[in-house]
Structure formats: C-alpha cells, structure tokens
Design a protein around this ligand. Structure first.
Ligand code: ADP
Ligand code: ZN
Length: 518
C-alpha cells in the first residue's frame, strides 16, 4: 500500500490521499472485488487509476461519458501513463494506437464506452489484451430504476465472467436499492468489499486561530488539556523538539517525533504514544501513517498544513473511537508565505503549481471562513451539510462580520496604484497616510489612496489584507520579494461590481479580553 504513495506523487502530483481513498486503493490493488460509494468530487478515478498504473495488465474502464474519458486519457498520457479509449467518436488513428499499444503489451488503462461492449470483435480484442481488472465508473448506470440507466451496462457482468478477472465499481449514488442492483448485475450476486464513504466526522470540533502569540496559544491549549493524548503538528524538525521541551517545562508530558530521528527512537516514540495515557507528541507530518490510536483527544496544528487534504487527514487522527475530540489550527501570514514559496520553489510544472496554489487557497478560505467550518470543509469534498454543524468555533461563537466592500476597494486600489511592487506593510503605510522614508522616496504620498484608510487601525488593515490573501484576491509574488499582486478575482471587487463581507477581526479571544493599555 505505502508503496503506491510515490506513484501518487509522481503521476498525480498529490501529497496525500483524500479521505477514504487509501483504504479503497489498498483493496483494489490487493485484487479484491470492490464497490466504492463516494461523494462526487471525492476522487473516485484515482482509486482504480493508481492500482492500474502499478500493475502489469490492462485495466478496462467502462464509463458513460465520452468527453470525460477523453479528458482522463489525455491527463494520464500527459503524466506518462499508457492509456487509450475506444468510443464511437474515435478517429481511425486513435483506434490504431490502442491496437498497437495492446500488441506491444504496454497499455495500462483502456477506457471503453458501454456501447462498444456490444460491437463484434470487442470480446476477442479484450481477451487478447489481457485484462486484469474491469473498473466500472458511474456504476449506478446499471440500475434500471435510476434515471441514468444504460442498457449496455448490463453486458458488463457477462464480460467479467468471460474474462474471469477482478471487477471494481464506483458511484456517488448511495441508496440501498441501487447498491443491491449493482451487486446483482455487476458482481453476479457475490458481495464485493463495499466502501460507503461520507466525509463528515461529527465528533471532531473544528477551530482555527490566527497566530498571535503562537507559543502562548499552544501552551495554554495543551496545559488546559493536560492528561489527554494529543498530537501537535509543527512545520520543522527543530520546532518539534523545542515545543516538546517547552511543554514538559509547563508540566505536560510530551515527546517529539520527526523523520530525522533514528529508526529505533521513532519506534520507541510510537510505542510510548500508543501505550501511555495522556502523552502529547509534537511531530512533523512524518508521524501518523502507522498510528492507530483510537483515543487521541486533540490534534493541534502549530503551523498551517500544506493543503486541505493534509488538514483533513491529520485532524482525522483524533477521536477515532467516536468520542468527542478537538482540533485547532494556528496560522499566520508567515505560514501563507512559506507554503506559497514551497510551491513556487518545487519542481512541478506551472499547471501543477497553479493547482497547488488553488488547494492552498481553499485551506486559507477555510481558515478565514465567515460561516460554519464543517459546511465549508465538506463542500470542498462534494458533500452538502444542510445545517450549520454546531460543533465548530464559528458555530459556537459567531464571528462579527462587516461589509468590507469599500475597505477592499481601497486596499486593492492601493496595490494597483503602487504598481504591484509592495508588501502589506508598505501598502498599509500608504492607506494610513504615514510619510515613512520609503513612502516619500517613492513619491507614494502623492497617490490618490494616500491616507484614505484612517478609519481602520494598522492591525485591522493587517486582518483585511490577510483575508484578501486567503480569498486569493491578492497573492504574494515570490519573483517580486513577495509583493502583493492582484488576481483576476480582484477585478469585480475593485470595479465595485461585487460586494465583500469580511470578518471584523480575527484577534484571539485572549487578546480581545485583555484590558487595553495605551
Ligand atoms: P469523482 O469522480 O469522485 O467525482 P474525481 O476522480 O473526478 O472525482 O476527482 C475529483 C477531483 O479531486 C479531481 O480534480 C482530482 O484531481 C482531485 N483529487 C483526487 N484525488 C486527490 C488527492 N488525493 N489529492 C488532491 N486532489 C485529488
Ligand atoms: Zn459549524
């Protein structure tokens, strides 16, 4: 199983599995007949593509949508995977290519339209190709009662008998009747290994806090939960050691864990965490894969995770026993810059970098979300939660919001007028009308936005800029020393065509309560 992770990274460019994918991939790669029901957008294709790529046989993918098949084949080929499709829309050349690849014996994925199954010669071709697995996409199309019924899907069961190979089926339709029909018609009535995936983990409390006094926030949190098992994720090896030490000094039993430790020390740390009650492990993301402790009561991210997938997977280690468990993620502008820089400095293609930025954006949007975090999170995984969850920080304590349309226009227009060459600090100086050396040196006191933002404090402007960054209206450009630049999404706001609601302040409660000393 773990051996497919490198392939996940090298072929698909994903650092982690989506919720539920790992288990399904493991079963599929292990040769089991599998029925997987996952929400739309959950990442079903990968569950058969990854095992298909790793084995020395053809995987036949039956899919009802020609356009989708073409897209997937194109994407797989771009990633260096031998894939092809047989549909009624094939050009002669495309079909020739498929035959050639079959003859060469190097075809890994063959997408086929259901009506092709009825065509003469198809069975012979598939016997020759050496099909190791049939993967049925949109498997509910085999159900007569659904509105997507495809009569040709009924041929799949017989084809499987003829080829005598493994069969796997994927759908987002979860009702019991459809499921029973799928089992009857595709699996010949033999119960497959079934995965029914919903992404919600209602026993996990979700919370985010901007870093304010990060060390204090973290220590207060852990001290208040002394006696409970927890994982604290930190971004660097050194930090895990420093924080574990600080926790011990504060009276919380803690150990550190990272990939740089000797294997023996790592095993010992894992064993201690597994068996000792109330131990906290401060770890890099190297910790967790092999951990199966059901009663982890909290997961605290001392730094922003690298993507929304990583976030979900890491918080998911808490509360596996189903009892209430807490999660908290701390984040600050430095995290955002670090993660952006890591993406930019990576070796990925420009398209992939773009996609990685987008994945980071969704995590930032979750961090700065004005409404229920669970709704935001599940929406990203394609699941709709009808009501606010009542178990996230935003449900438990409604954040104050304000109409930030005007403020955002002032901020964005300052970015624009300063020609997208400056960071938030300098831009805020301009908005506040501060005649700093840098401002006068650039003649920025003559900009029309100079001093038009005095209704907010510096701290408030910082919050506003951070939220604009989270919403991806502005993005730091590493090629310009992280100067803020406008994205396409900024245009309608800048032009006054779109209004914007932001959170009033994301100061921590501790700060809000502290008496003001001027
Ligand atoms: P489904 O068929 O379940 O609706 P897809 O297989 O089309 O979903 O995947 C939905 C999206 O999720 C795709 O853009 C895919 O690239 C992305 N995706 C799938 N697996 C992962 C992963 N492990 N990490 C990040 N993105 C993923
Ligand atoms: Zn909520």
């Amino acid at each position: 199983m773990s051996d497919l992770r490198p392939l996940l990274a090298s072929v698909f460019g994903f650092s982690d599995f989506r919720p539920g994918q790992a288990e399904i991939v493991e079963a599929v790669a292990g040769g089991e007949d599998v029925l997987a029901i996952m929400p739309t957008g959950g990442g079903k294709s990968l569950c058969y593509q990854l095992p298909a790529i790793s084995r020395n046989a053809v995987t036949l993918v039956v899919s009802p949508l020609i356009a989708l098949m073409r897209d997937q084949v194109r994407a797989l080929r771009a990633a260096g995977v031998s894939a092809g499709h047989l549909t009624s829309a094939n050009t002669e050349e495309e079909t020739e290519e498929v035959f050639d690849a079959i003859d060469r014996g190097d075809l890994r994925l063959l997408y086929i339209a259901p009506e092709r199954l009825a065509a003469g010669g198809t069975e012979r071709l598939l016997r020759r190709a050496g099909v190791g697995m049939i993967a049925v996409d949109e498997a509910h199309c085999v159900s007569q009662w659904g509105h997507d019924f495809r009569p040709d899907y009924l041929r799949i069961g017989a084809l499987r008998e003829t080829l005598g190979c493994q069969i796997t089926a994927f759908t987002a339709t979860a009702d019991a009747e459809t499921r029973a029909e799928i089992v009857e018609r595709l699996f010949g009535g033999r119960e497959p290994r079934t995965f029914l995936q919903g992404f919600d983990r209602p026993n996990l409390t979700l919370a985010f806090q901007p870093k304010n006094q990060p060390r204090r926030q973290l220590l207060d949190y852990a001290v208040a939960r002394k006696g409970r098992s927890g994982i604290i994720y930190a971004a660097s090896r050194n930090k895990t050691e420093v924080l574990a030490q600080a926790l011990r000094e504060a009276g919380v039993p803690a150990i550190s864990y990272h990939a740089g430790m000797e294997p023996d020390d790592r095993r010992e740390a894992e064993a201690r965490f597994q068996t000792e009650d109330g131990l906290v492990v401060v770890a890099t993301i190297a910790f967790g894969m092999g951990v199966d402790k059901p009663d982890i009561r909290y997961v605290l991210h001392a730094d922003l995770p690298k993507s929304i997938e990583s976030y979900y997977q890491e918080i998911g280690r808490a509360g596996r026993d189903g009892d209430p468990a807490e999660t908290l993620t701390l984040y600050g502008p430095d995290d955002i810059r670090l993660r952006r820089a890591q993406i930019e400095e990576g070796l990925a293609s420009p398209e992939r970098k773009q996609a990685d930025h987008a994945r980071l954006n969704t995590l930032l949007a979750l961090a700065e979300a004005p409404v229920c975090r669970r709704q935001t999170l599940l929406a990203y995984f394609g699941e709709v939660l009808a009501e606010p969850c009542g178990n996230c920080d935003l449900c438990l304590e409604k954040p104050e919001t304000f109409d930030a349309t005007e403020a955002a226009r002032k901020a964005l227009s300052t970015v624009f007028r300063a020609e997208e060459w400056f960071g938030a600090g300098h831009l805020i100086d301009i908005l506040l009308g501060e005649e700093t050396e840098k401002v006068t040196a650039r003649g920025h006191e003559r900009l029309s936005t100079f001093g038009i933002g005095r209704e907010f404090s510096r701290k408030q402007w910082q919050t506003i800029f951070r939220q604009l960054m989270a919403l991806d209206l502005v993005r730091p450009d590493p090629a310009r020393h992280n100067a803020l630049r406008l994205t396409e999404a900024a245009r309608p706001v800048l032009k006054g065509e779109q209004s914007l609601t932001l959170r009033k302040d994301s100061l921590t409660r501790r700060d809000a309560k502290r008496p003001k000393v001027e």
